[in-house]
Design a protein around this ligand. Structure first.
Ligand code: AMP
Length: 375
Protein backbone atom coordinates (compact mmCIF):
# COMPACT_ATOMS: atom_id res chain seq x y z
CA UNK A 1 0.00 0.00 0.00
CA UNK A 2 2.91 2.32 0.80
CA UNK A 3 4.94 1.09 -2.18
CA UNK A 4 4.97 3.62 -5.02
CA UNK A 5 7.33 1.98 -7.50
CA UNK A 6 9.51 4.10 -9.72
CA UNK A 7 8.69 7.66 -8.78
CA UNK A 8 11.29 10.43 -8.54
CA UNK A 9 12.56 12.18 -5.43
CA UNK A 10 10.53 15.26 -6.40
CA UNK A 11 7.33 13.29 -6.88
CA UNK A 12 7.83 11.64 -3.48
CA UNK A 13 8.30 15.04 -1.84
CA UNK A 14 5.14 16.35 -3.47
CA UNK A 15 3.20 13.33 -2.22
CA UNK A 16 4.44 13.72 1.36
CA UNK A 17 4.80 17.48 1.76
CA UNK A 18 3.50 19.33 3.77
CA UNK A 19 1.91 16.43 5.56
CA UNK A 20 2.23 15.38 9.14
CA UNK A 21 5.33 13.88 10.73
CA UNK A 22 5.56 10.13 10.27
CA UNK A 23 3.79 9.94 6.90
CA UNK A 24 5.92 7.67 4.71
CA UNK A 25 6.25 5.81 1.45
CA UNK A 26 8.77 3.51 -0.25
CA UNK A 27 9.93 4.06 -3.83
CA UNK A 28 12.42 2.44 -6.14
CA UNK A 29 15.70 4.33 -6.06
CA UNK A 30 16.42 6.29 -9.23
CA UNK A 31 20.13 6.74 -8.45
CA UNK A 32 20.76 3.16 -7.40
CA UNK A 33 18.72 0.83 -9.60
CA UNK A 34 17.64 -2.24 -7.67
CA UNK A 35 17.66 -0.45 -4.32
CA UNK A 36 14.71 1.20 -2.61
CA UNK A 37 14.30 4.52 -0.85
CA UNK A 38 12.23 5.12 2.28
CA UNK A 39 10.81 8.65 2.29
CA UNK A 40 9.50 10.05 5.56
CA UNK A 41 7.85 13.36 6.35
CA UNK A 42 9.41 14.94 9.43
CA UNK A 43 8.79 18.40 10.86
CA UNK A 44 7.76 19.80 7.50
CA UNK A 45 10.72 18.26 5.65
CA UNK A 46 11.04 15.00 3.74
CA UNK A 47 13.95 12.68 4.58
CA UNK A 48 15.07 10.06 2.06
CA UNK A 49 16.76 6.92 3.40
CA UNK A 50 18.46 4.58 0.98
CA UNK A 51 17.52 0.95 1.52
CA UNK A 52 20.43 -1.18 0.40
CA UNK A 53 19.89 -4.62 -1.07
CA UNK A 54 22.78 -6.63 0.28
CA UNK A 55 23.25 -10.42 0.03
CA UNK A 56 19.53 -10.92 -0.45
CA UNK A 57 18.65 -8.79 2.57
CA UNK A 58 17.53 -5.21 3.02
CA UNK A 59 19.09 -2.65 5.32
CA UNK A 60 19.20 1.08 5.95
CA UNK A 61 21.90 1.34 8.61
CA UNK A 62 23.88 -1.86 7.85
CA UNK A 63 23.16 -2.96 11.40
CA UNK A 64 19.57 -4.11 11.18
CA UNK A 65 18.77 -6.47 8.25
CA UNK A 66 15.36 -7.53 6.88
CA UNK A 67 14.00 -10.27 4.60
CA UNK A 68 11.57 -7.97 2.83
CA UNK A 69 10.22 -4.45 2.75
CA UNK A 70 7.25 -5.36 4.91
CA UNK A 71 9.48 -6.48 7.78
CA UNK A 72 11.59 -3.35 7.42
CA UNK A 73 8.55 -1.09 7.53
CA UNK A 74 7.16 -3.02 10.49
CA UNK A 75 10.40 -2.54 12.42
CA UNK A 76 10.54 1.22 11.88
CA UNK A 77 6.85 1.52 12.73
CA UNK A 78 7.62 0.30 16.23
CA UNK A 79 10.84 2.21 16.74
CA UNK A 80 12.54 5.14 14.98
CA UNK A 81 15.88 3.35 15.55
CA UNK A 82 17.97 6.17 14.09
CA UNK A 83 15.42 7.62 11.67
CA UNK A 84 14.13 11.17 12.24
CA UNK A 85 10.81 9.72 13.40
CA UNK A 86 9.14 6.35 13.58
CA UNK A 87 6.84 5.51 10.66
CA UNK A 88 3.29 6.44 11.56
CA UNK A 89 1.05 6.54 8.53
CA UNK A 90 1.53 5.05 5.07
CA UNK A 91 0.95 7.32 2.09
CA UNK A 92 -1.36 5.13 0.03
CA UNK A 93 -0.51 4.43 -3.56
CA UNK A 94 -3.32 5.54 -5.88
CA UNK A 95 -3.31 2.43 -8.07
CA UNK A 96 -3.49 0.12 -5.06
CA UNK A 97 -6.33 2.06 -3.52
CA UNK A 98 -8.17 1.93 -6.85
CA UNK A 99 -7.54 -1.82 -7.23
CA UNK A 100 -8.73 -2.57 -3.70
CA UNK A 101 -11.90 -0.60 -4.28
CA UNK A 102 -12.30 -2.36 -7.59
CA UNK A 103 -12.07 -5.79 -5.89
CA UNK A 104 -14.76 -4.89 -3.39
CA UNK A 105 -17.06 -3.33 -5.94
CA UNK A 106 -16.71 -6.10 -8.53
CA UNK A 107 -17.29 -8.82 -5.96
CA UNK A 108 -13.79 -10.37 -6.14
CA UNK A 109 -13.05 -9.64 -2.49
CA UNK A 110 -13.84 -12.80 -0.52
CA UNK A 111 -14.48 -12.96 3.20
CA UNK A 112 -11.74 -14.37 5.38
CA UNK A 113 -14.25 -16.17 7.58
CA UNK A 114 -15.52 -18.21 4.60
CA UNK A 115 -12.05 -19.64 4.02
CA UNK A 116 -10.39 -22.39 6.02
CA UNK A 117 -6.71 -23.02 5.30
CA UNK A 118 -5.99 -26.75 5.56
CA UNK A 119 -2.43 -27.64 4.62
CA UNK A 120 0.57 -26.50 2.64
CA UNK A 121 0.89 -28.11 -0.81
CA UNK A 122 3.70 -26.21 -2.39
CA UNK A 123 6.16 -23.40 -2.33
CA UNK A 124 6.03 -20.98 -5.20
CA UNK A 125 8.07 -18.08 -6.35
CA UNK A 126 5.51 -15.75 -4.83
CA UNK A 127 4.77 -17.49 -1.55
CA UNK A 128 3.27 -20.62 -0.03
CA UNK A 129 0.42 -22.47 -1.67
CA UNK A 130 -2.20 -24.05 0.62
CA UNK A 131 -5.21 -26.27 0.17
CA UNK A 132 -8.28 -24.71 1.65
CA UNK A 133 -12.00 -24.94 1.92
CA UNK A 134 -14.07 -22.07 0.66
CA UNK A 135 -17.75 -22.52 1.53
CA UNK A 136 -17.53 -26.26 0.97
CA UNK A 137 -15.38 -26.17 -2.16
CA UNK A 138 -11.80 -27.38 -2.19
CA UNK A 139 -9.60 -24.50 -3.31
CA UNK A 140 -5.94 -23.61 -3.70
CA UNK A 141 -4.75 -20.49 -1.89
CA UNK A 142 -1.64 -18.55 -2.74
CA UNK A 143 -0.43 -16.68 0.31
CA UNK A 144 1.61 -13.64 -0.62
CA UNK A 145 3.36 -11.53 1.95
CA UNK A 146 2.31 -7.98 1.52
CA UNK A 147 5.43 -6.43 0.10
CA UNK A 148 6.24 -5.01 -3.30
CA UNK A 149 5.27 -8.23 -5.10
CA UNK A 150 1.85 -8.34 -3.52
CA UNK A 151 1.28 -4.74 -4.39
CA UNK A 152 2.32 -5.27 -7.96
CA UNK A 153 -0.11 -8.18 -8.04
CA UNK A 154 -2.96 -6.17 -6.58
CA UNK A 155 -2.41 -3.54 -9.24
CA UNK A 156 -2.43 -6.18 -12.00
CA UNK A 157 -5.15 -8.40 -10.64
CA UNK A 158 -8.02 -6.50 -12.15
CA UNK A 159 -6.80 -7.81 -15.52
CA UNK A 160 -6.99 -11.37 -14.21
CA UNK A 161 -10.56 -10.91 -13.14
CA UNK A 162 -11.48 -10.36 -16.78
CA UNK A 163 -9.92 -13.58 -18.08
CA UNK A 164 -12.00 -16.73 -18.12
CA UNK A 165 -11.28 -19.92 -20.04
CA UNK A 166 -11.57 -23.63 -19.31
CA UNK A 167 -7.79 -24.01 -19.76
CA UNK A 168 -6.80 -21.15 -17.46
CA UNK A 169 -6.63 -21.85 -13.72
CA UNK A 170 -9.62 -19.85 -12.58
CA UNK A 171 -9.21 -17.23 -9.89
CA UNK A 172 -12.15 -17.25 -7.47
CA UNK A 173 -11.22 -14.11 -5.59
CA UNK A 174 -8.78 -12.42 -3.28
CA UNK A 175 -8.59 -11.67 0.41
CA UNK A 176 -6.67 -8.66 1.65
CA UNK A 177 -5.96 -9.13 5.33
CA UNK A 178 -5.56 -6.39 7.90
CA UNK A 179 -2.08 -7.73 8.65
CA UNK A 180 -1.08 -7.00 5.09
CA UNK A 181 -1.10 -10.55 3.71
CA UNK A 182 -2.74 -11.24 0.41
CA UNK A 183 -4.56 -14.50 -0.37
CA UNK A 184 -5.33 -15.41 -3.96
CA UNK A 185 -7.98 -18.11 -4.08
CA UNK A 186 -8.08 -20.30 -7.21
CA UNK A 187 -9.65 -23.54 -8.31
CA UNK A 188 -7.90 -26.62 -6.90
CA UNK A 189 -5.86 -28.64 -9.41
CA UNK A 190 -5.70 -32.11 -7.90
CA UNK A 191 -2.82 -33.51 -9.98
CA UNK A 192 -0.38 -30.67 -9.42
CA UNK A 193 2.05 -29.16 -11.89
CA UNK A 194 2.38 -30.68 -15.36
CA UNK A 195 6.14 -31.04 -15.06
CA UNK A 196 5.82 -33.12 -11.86
CA UNK A 197 2.94 -35.08 -13.39
CA UNK A 198 5.03 -36.05 -16.44
CA UNK A 199 8.16 -36.84 -14.43
CA UNK A 200 6.42 -39.00 -11.86
CA UNK A 201 4.43 -41.10 -14.33
CA UNK A 202 6.72 -41.20 -17.37
CA UNK A 203 6.35 -42.81 -20.78
CA UNK A 204 5.20 -46.19 -19.53
CA UNK A 205 2.03 -44.66 -18.15
CA UNK A 206 1.31 -41.65 -20.35
CA UNK A 207 0.60 -42.20 -24.05
CA UNK A 208 1.31 -39.85 -26.95
CA UNK A 209 -2.42 -39.10 -27.25
CA UNK A 210 -2.41 -37.71 -23.69
CA UNK A 211 0.67 -35.62 -24.46
CA UNK A 212 -1.12 -34.15 -27.47
CA UNK A 213 -4.19 -33.44 -25.37
CA UNK A 214 -2.09 -31.54 -22.83
CA UNK A 215 -0.43 -29.59 -25.66
CA UNK A 216 -3.81 -28.74 -27.13
CA UNK A 217 -5.21 -27.68 -23.73
CA UNK A 218 -2.37 -25.21 -23.23
CA UNK A 219 -2.60 -24.01 -26.82
CA UNK A 220 -6.30 -23.25 -26.42
CA UNK A 221 -5.61 -21.14 -23.35
CA UNK A 222 -2.86 -19.30 -25.20
CA UNK A 223 -5.09 -18.75 -28.24
CA UNK A 224 -7.56 -17.11 -25.86
CA UNK A 225 -4.86 -14.90 -24.29
CA UNK A 226 -3.62 -14.03 -27.79
CA UNK A 227 -7.14 -12.94 -28.82
CA UNK A 228 -7.29 -10.78 -25.68
CA UNK A 229 -3.86 -9.24 -26.24
CA UNK A 230 -2.58 -10.65 -22.99
CA UNK A 231 1.07 -11.70 -22.84
CA UNK A 232 1.91 -14.40 -20.27
CA UNK A 233 5.74 -14.00 -20.18
CA UNK A 234 6.39 -17.12 -18.11
CA UNK A 235 4.87 -20.03 -19.97
CA UNK A 236 6.56 -23.30 -18.90
CA UNK A 237 5.45 -26.77 -17.78
CA UNK A 238 5.98 -25.75 -14.14
CA UNK A 239 3.26 -23.12 -14.63
CA UNK A 240 0.74 -25.55 -16.08
CA UNK A 241 -1.42 -27.52 -13.63
CA UNK A 242 -3.40 -30.73 -14.12
CA UNK A 243 -6.96 -31.20 -12.88
CA UNK A 244 -8.58 -34.32 -11.41
CA UNK A 245 -9.90 -35.24 -14.87
CA UNK A 246 -6.54 -34.68 -16.60
CA UNK A 247 -7.18 -31.28 -18.09
CA UNK A 248 -4.14 -29.03 -18.31
CA UNK A 249 -4.61 -25.40 -17.33
CA UNK A 250 -2.25 -22.46 -17.51
CA UNK A 251 -1.54 -20.74 -14.21
CA UNK A 252 0.41 -17.76 -12.88
CA UNK A 253 -0.68 -15.36 -15.57
CA UNK A 254 -0.64 -11.76 -14.42
CA UNK A 255 1.92 -12.48 -11.76
CA UNK A 256 4.93 -12.02 -13.94
CA UNK A 257 4.71 -8.46 -15.17
CA UNK A 258 6.73 -7.09 -12.31
CA UNK A 259 9.92 -9.03 -12.88
CA UNK A 260 10.07 -7.92 -16.49
CA UNK A 261 9.26 -4.29 -15.73
CA UNK A 262 12.12 -3.89 -13.30
CA UNK A 263 14.56 -4.27 -16.20
CA UNK A 264 16.05 -7.16 -14.33
CA UNK A 265 16.71 -9.66 -17.08
CA UNK A 266 18.85 -11.65 -14.65
CA UNK A 267 15.70 -13.11 -13.12
CA UNK A 268 14.15 -14.32 -16.38
CA UNK A 269 13.91 -18.06 -17.07
CA UNK A 270 16.58 -18.06 -19.79
CA UNK A 271 15.75 -21.45 -21.31
CA UNK A 272 12.10 -20.51 -21.86
CA UNK A 273 12.48 -16.87 -22.90
CA UNK A 274 12.82 -15.86 -26.54
CA UNK A 275 16.05 -14.20 -27.70
CA UNK A 276 14.37 -10.85 -28.46
CA UNK A 277 12.73 -10.80 -25.01
CA UNK A 278 16.07 -11.53 -23.31
CA UNK A 279 17.96 -9.03 -25.42
CA UNK A 280 15.52 -6.13 -25.77
CA UNK A 281 12.74 -7.00 -23.33
CA UNK A 282 10.44 -7.36 -26.32
CA UNK A 283 7.69 -9.47 -24.78
CA UNK A 284 4.80 -10.25 -27.09
CA UNK A 285 2.44 -13.04 -28.01
CA UNK A 286 5.25 -14.20 -30.31
CA UNK A 287 7.67 -14.50 -27.40
CA UNK A 288 4.99 -16.59 -25.68
CA UNK A 289 4.95 -18.76 -28.84
CA UNK A 290 8.69 -19.35 -28.39
CA UNK A 291 8.10 -20.45 -24.77
CA UNK A 292 5.26 -22.66 -25.96
CA UNK A 293 7.73 -24.48 -28.23
CA UNK A 294 9.96 -25.13 -25.20
CA UNK A 295 6.89 -26.30 -23.25
CA UNK A 296 6.05 -28.75 -26.07
CA UNK A 297 9.59 -30.10 -25.84
CA UNK A 298 9.14 -30.51 -22.06
CA UNK A 299 5.87 -32.36 -22.57
CA UNK A 300 7.24 -34.79 -25.16
CA UNK A 301 10.39 -35.45 -23.15
CA UNK A 302 8.31 -36.19 -20.02
CA UNK A 303 9.45 -33.22 -18.00
CA UNK A 304 13.15 -33.04 -18.80
CA UNK A 305 14.92 -29.75 -18.28
CA UNK A 306 15.41 -28.08 -21.69
CA UNK A 307 18.84 -27.90 -23.36
CA UNK A 308 20.21 -30.91 -21.48
CA UNK A 309 23.99 -31.03 -21.17
CA UNK A 310 24.45 -27.43 -22.36
CA UNK A 311 25.81 -25.10 -19.66
CA UNK A 312 23.33 -22.30 -18.95
CA UNK A 313 25.65 -19.52 -20.07
CA UNK A 314 26.14 -21.19 -23.45
CA UNK A 315 22.42 -21.52 -24.15
CA UNK A 316 21.74 -17.98 -25.36
CA UNK A 317 24.78 -17.59 -27.64
CA UNK A 318 24.07 -20.97 -29.26
CA UNK A 319 20.35 -20.31 -29.66
CA UNK A 320 21.10 -16.92 -31.24
CA UNK A 321 23.28 -18.69 -33.81
CA UNK A 322 20.30 -20.87 -34.73
CA UNK A 323 20.82 -23.93 -32.48
CA UNK A 324 17.60 -25.85 -31.83
CA UNK A 325 16.99 -28.81 -29.53
CA UNK A 326 16.64 -32.27 -31.07
CA UNK A 327 13.37 -34.12 -31.40
CA UNK A 328 12.61 -35.90 -28.10
CA UNK A 329 12.53 -39.71 -28.23
CA UNK A 330 9.21 -41.02 -29.49
CA UNK A 331 7.88 -37.57 -30.36
CA UNK A 332 5.94 -37.51 -33.66
CA UNK A 333 7.74 -35.64 -36.45
CA UNK A 334 4.69 -33.37 -36.97
CA UNK A 335 4.91 -32.20 -33.38
CA UNK A 336 8.65 -31.59 -33.64
CA UNK A 337 7.96 -29.48 -36.73
CA UNK A 338 5.70 -27.28 -34.63
CA UNK A 339 8.45 -26.82 -32.03
CA UNK A 340 10.98 -25.72 -34.64
CA UNK A 341 8.45 -23.23 -36.06
CA UNK A 342 8.04 -21.74 -32.58
CA UNK A 343 11.83 -21.33 -32.41
CA UNK A 344 12.24 -19.23 -35.55
CA UNK A 345 14.52 -16.35 -34.55
CA UNK A 346 12.38 -13.72 -36.29
CA UNK A 347 9.31 -13.32 -34.04
CA UNK A 348 7.10 -12.23 -36.94
CA UNK A 349 7.81 -15.47 -38.78
CA UNK A 350 6.56 -17.64 -35.90
CA UNK A 351 3.03 -19.07 -36.19
CA UNK A 352 0.16 -17.65 -34.13
CA UNK A 353 -1.48 -19.68 -31.36
CA UNK A 354 -4.56 -19.76 -33.54
CA UNK A 355 -2.61 -21.56 -36.29
CA UNK A 356 -0.90 -23.84 -33.78
CA UNK A 357 -4.24 -24.85 -32.27
CA UNK A 358 -5.64 -25.74 -35.70
CA UNK A 359 -2.60 -27.86 -36.49
CA UNK A 360 -2.63 -29.64 -33.15
CA UNK A 361 -6.33 -30.36 -33.47
CA UNK A 362 -5.66 -31.89 -36.85
CA UNK A 363 -2.80 -33.96 -35.42
CA UNK A 364 -4.88 -35.11 -32.45
CA UNK A 365 -7.59 -36.36 -34.76
CA UNK A 366 -4.97 -38.43 -36.60
CA UNK A 367 -3.44 -39.88 -33.46
CA UNK A 368 -6.69 -40.47 -31.66
CA UNK A 369 -9.48 -41.15 -34.16
CA UNK A 370 -12.18 -40.94 -31.53
CA UNK A 371 -11.46 -38.13 -29.09
CA UNK A 372 -13.41 -39.68 -26.28
CA UNK A 373 -13.19 -39.40 -22.54
CA UNK A 374 -9.73 -39.10 -21.09
CA UNK A 375 -8.26 -41.98 -19.21
P1 AMP B 1 3.35 -21.78 -7.96
O1 AMP B 1 3.45 -20.70 -6.94
O2 AMP B 1 2.24 -21.50 -8.92
O3 AMP B 1 4.64 -22.06 -8.66
O4 AMP B 1 2.91 -23.11 -7.20
C1 AMP B 1 3.79 -23.92 -6.50
C2 AMP B 1 3.22 -25.32 -6.40
O5 AMP B 1 2.01 -25.33 -5.68
C3 AMP B 1 2.89 -25.94 -7.76
O6 AMP B 1 3.97 -26.59 -8.34
C4 AMP B 1 1.76 -26.92 -7.40
O7 AMP B 1 2.29 -28.14 -6.96
C5 AMP B 1 1.07 -26.23 -6.26
N1 AMP B 1 -0.11 -25.47 -6.75
C6 AMP B 1 -0.16 -24.19 -7.18
N2 AMP B 1 -1.39 -23.82 -7.55
C7 AMP B 1 -2.18 -24.90 -7.36
C8 AMP B 1 -3.58 -25.17 -7.59
N3 AMP B 1 -4.41 -24.25 -8.09
N4 AMP B 1 -4.03 -26.41 -7.28
C9 AMP B 1 -3.19 -27.35 -6.79
N5 AMP B 1 -1.88 -27.16 -6.57
C10 AMP B 1 -1.37 -25.96 -6.85
Amino acid sequence: IWFHGKITRDQAERLLYPHETGLFLVRESTNFPGDYTLCVSCDGKVEHYRIIYHNGKLTIDEEEYFENLMQLVEHYTKDADGLCTKLIKPKLEEGTVAAQDEFSRSGWALKRKDLTLLQSIGKGEFGDVMVGDYRGTKVAVKCIKHDATAQAFVAEASVMTQLRHNNLVQMLGVILEETGSLFIVTEYMAKGSLVDYLRSRGRTVIGVDSLINFSLDVCEAMEYLEANNFVHRDLAARNVLVSEDNIAKVSDFGLTKEASNTEDTAKLPVKWTSPEALREKKFSTKSDVWSYGILLWEIFSFGRVPYPRIPLKEVVPRVEKGYKMDCPDGCPEVVYNIMTQCWILDPDARPSFHMLRERLQYISQGVQPVKGKRQ
